[in-house]
Design a binder for this molecule. Structure first.
Ligand SMILES: Cc1cc2nc3c(=O)[nH]c(=O)nc-3n(C[C@H](O)[C@H](O)[C@H](O)COP(=O)(O)O)c2cc1C
Ligand code: SF4
Ligand code: SF4
Length: 266
């Protein structure tokens, strides 16, 4: 099957599609055509970059975005938005609606992936009691680590976390109503999963939502099979996770950070 269809009546032979193609899959004669050794990754750059709309990718699995409006954000607006992202550790007792989750994830699925492989699959805990159960499994793991005096228990403040847990506060998933877990069947997809999680974390504040990276959960998933069993991951690997919910706390200013460390090579 050809990887793209061309409407010749709309094509002015400008060659833009060919110049944008990352895999050299488009050659120009009078019109663009698929190269003999095409290795198209369905990235859609040829279709998106054709001003006249002459080019169409031929892949029935692809789905267009929910909205297709382009708006320009100034560097100041973007900088303010990104710098105001904070890790949220106190959440309102309010669920995120399935429609909002759908809208957010429609943005997140546009995160870049190596070779446009789009390998990330999501497990989303919809229910706060499920989140609590998951924290409890992580706690069981921490208790075992402390009991065995493991190297990790000397590096991570597990004893303090257990003490906090015993007071009725969840220091693992912070009482978040939801947890979003990036997984993949391909264990080499870690970078793609982390990028997708970063996109998720950045998209959420636009919906009034906040998130925090669930590092302790990631540690438990790496060291304790019961986490993966609880999530029913089977052969998929746990890449990373974010706690997600409506922020309870407010921030009134942007905290300081280290100066950026850059070395320019001329
Ligand atoms: C981990 C990773 C490695 C990548 N390496 C390359 C690369 O070596 N060369 C390249 O042209 N694009 C590279 N890309 C870009 C992807 O091909 C691109 O994200 C994908 O085709 C989707 O296109 P988009 O970013 O325009 O949405 C890489 C992306 C990721 C996430
Ligand atoms: S970018 Fe569009 S108009 Fe230009 S050569 Fe490709 S298909 Fe034709
Ligand atoms: S979808 Fe991407 S890789 Fe495939 S032909 Fe178009 S530009 Fe090239």
């Amino acid at each position: 099957m050809p990887e793209f269809n061309l409407n010749e009546s709309k094509c002015n032979s400008c060659g833009t599609c060919s110049s944008l193609c990352p895999t050299g899959s488009i050659q120009m004669n009078q019109y663009p055509h698929q190269s003999a050794d095409s290795s198209c990754i369905s990235c859609g750059h040829c279709e998106a970059g054709c001003e006249g709309g002459a080019m169409q990718i031929n892949n029935p699995n692809l789905e267009p975005p929910l909205t297709n409006i382009s708006s320009k954000i100034s560097p100041e607006e973007l900088g303010a938005y990104m710098r105001n992202r904070r890790s949220i550790r106190n959440y309102k007792n309010k669920l995120v609606s399935p429609d909002t989750i759908k809208e957010v994830m429609d943005i997140v699925r546009y995160a870049p992936t190596g070779m446009n492989s789009q390998p990330v699959k999501w497990v989303i805990l919809e229910n706060p009691s499920k989140v609590k159960e998951l924290s409890s499994i992580c706690m069981d793991w921490m208790k075992k680590e402390v009991e065995s005096n493991s190297p990790l228990s000397q590096y991570v403040p597990m004893e303090s976390l257990i003490t906090v847990w015993n007071t009725g506060i969840d220091p693992i998933l912070r009482g978040a109503p939801h947890v979003f877990i990036a997984t993949a069947s391909d264990s080499s997809a870690t970078v793609d999963g982390i990028i997708a999680l970063s996109h998720l974390e950045l998209a959420l504040p636009a919906f009034g939502l906040g998130a925090c990276w669930a590092g302790y959960l990631k540690m438990a998933a790496t060291g304790y099979e019961k986490v993966n069993e609880f999530l029913n991951l089977k052969d998929d690997s746990f890449i990373g996770a974010l706690m997600v919910g409506y922020p309870e706390s407010k921030y009134f200013r942007i905290p300081k950070r280290n100066k950026v460390d850059i070395r320019f090579l001329d």
